[in-house]
Design a binder for this molecule. Structure first.
Ligand SMILES: Cc1ncc(COP(=O)(O)O)c(C=O)c1O
Length: 395
């Protein structure tokens, strides 16, 4: 048996045909290795872009922006450098800045709060629901103060947050409701796609995402034309739309590459199929996991896209020991809740106590999840977990 270290939040490139019984946490290579059609389309996208010599912006970016806007069901998409920039550009375009507070969940990837700090505002961390680990609308309302200007709802692990309840709260207090959809390409709530529900949404196209580029990339989507215009201008050095030599606001460089856009156009065509394959794998997990591994709940109107297969376990050390011994990759998303990250505890700031987010950080465990994960591989992961007495499995 080939021995591989456990993988925490990273991809493992598994050579096709590797004769072992391990299961990688994320296998970015198998899609490409197994699908001659996908490989040919990516090669064609590469040749087309190299032939056009339009490497930043250009026709591939414009075409991808139009296609992704249509997919999300919004009027505008602006391709940018990555998902963190997308969030920061949205907040800046909304006028969020020094002296403002933005409500964010404690259970999220650090980038959500980084973007708030990036525009000079203060992240106000609030708790999440115990069953879904998504932003708790009641906790949001309780945290709103005189400086609060916006709420960032994170569609964590691929499930859209409770946007209806959050919209009631943000409307009542006159706040902007922004979506962090970095983990939720294609997810729906009551038929509406992630990205089409708040005032604007940020997507990441980091390779491991449901819609992943072959490098970094991101996008802002919104129905608000003026907001999209401000994001586009800020992401391109504050350039005037009329004269490229005139810079009307201090901006930055955060643009989507032509090559990444060309690759994303290919991957977007397969996104719904890939999400369906993830859903099938998640259904198999739900059917076969031992009682001590509890998957997150799905809200009645939600159609998640299972970016990650997260379960909550009481004895995570026992679970990870067994997985590692069986050469099965696993991840932790996230073992240090955002409100406890030293990055946000400067100037004597003390961490908020968020009982659900704090407890989840100790209990969450991400199991292998990627579109080409087979039924047999899911079965192997579940059998290993079921063999752990502490998880309610066989002694
Ligand atoms: C919830 C969330 N928000 C934002 C980001 C930031 O995206 P990027 O890595 O493209 O900057 C990520 C990416 O990991 C994420 O998971």
């Amino acid at each position: 048996m080939v021995s591989r270290p456990p993988v925490i939040g990273r991809a493992v490139a598994v050579p096709p045909g590797t004769p072992d019984q391990g299961v990688p946490f994320l296998d970015l290579g198998s899609d490409l290795a197994d699908s001659a059609r996908l490989r040919a389309e990516l090669d064609e996208a590469w040749s087309r872009t190299v032939g056009s010599a339009r490497f930043v912006g250009g026709p591939e970016v414009a075409a991808f922006e139009a296609e992704f806007a249509e997919y999300c069901g919004v009027a505008n998409c602006v391709g940018v450098g990555n998902g963190t920039d997308a969030l920061e550009l949205v907040l800046a375009a909304l006028g969020v800045g020094p002296g403002d507070e933005v409500v964010v969940p404690g259970a999220t990837f650090v980038a959500t709060a980084e973007a708030v700090v990036g525009v000079g505002a203060v992240p106000r961390f609030v708790d999440v629901r115990p069953d879904t680990l998504l932003l708790d609308p009641a906790a949001v309302e309780a945290a709103i103060g005189p400086r609060t200007v916006a709420v960032v709802a994170v569609h964590l692990y691929g499930q859209v947050a409770d946007m209806d309840a959050l919209a009631v709260v943000t409307r009542r207090h006159g706040l902007a409701l922004v979506e962090d959809a970095a983990q939720a390409h294609g997810a729906r709530l009551s038929g509406r796609r992630a990205g089409s529900i708040g005032v604007a949404a940020a997507f990441s196209f980091y390779p491991g995402k449901n819609l992943g580029a072959l490098g970094d990339g991101g996008a802002v989507v919104t129905d608000d034309d003026a907001l999209a215009g401000r994001v586009r201008r800020a992401a391109d050095h504050g350039r005037s739309g009329k004269d490229r030599h005139v810079h009307v606001v201090p901006g930055r460089n955060s643009r989507l590459d032509g090559l990444q856009a060309a690759f994303l156009r290919v991957k977007l065509r397969g996104l719904d199929d890939a999400n369906a394959a993830r859903a099938a794998a998640m259904a198999r997990y739900r059917a076969a996991l031992p009682p001590g591994c509890v998957p997150l709940a799905v809200q009645p109107a939600a159609e998640p896209v299972h970016h990650l297969a997260v379960v909550q376990v009481e004895d995570r050390a026992a679970a990870t020991r067994a997985l590692t011994a069986a050469d099965i990759g696993w991840g932790l998303h996230y073992p240090v809740p955002c409100q406890r990250q030293p990055a946000f505890l400067r100037d004597g700031r003390r961490p908020e106590t968020l009982p659900v987010a704090d407890a989840a950080a100790e209990r969450v465990l991400s199991l292998p999840m990627f579109p080409t994960l087979t039924a047999e591989q899911v079965g192997r992961v579940c059998a290993v977990l079921a063999s752990v007495p502490a998880l309610g499995g066989a002694a």
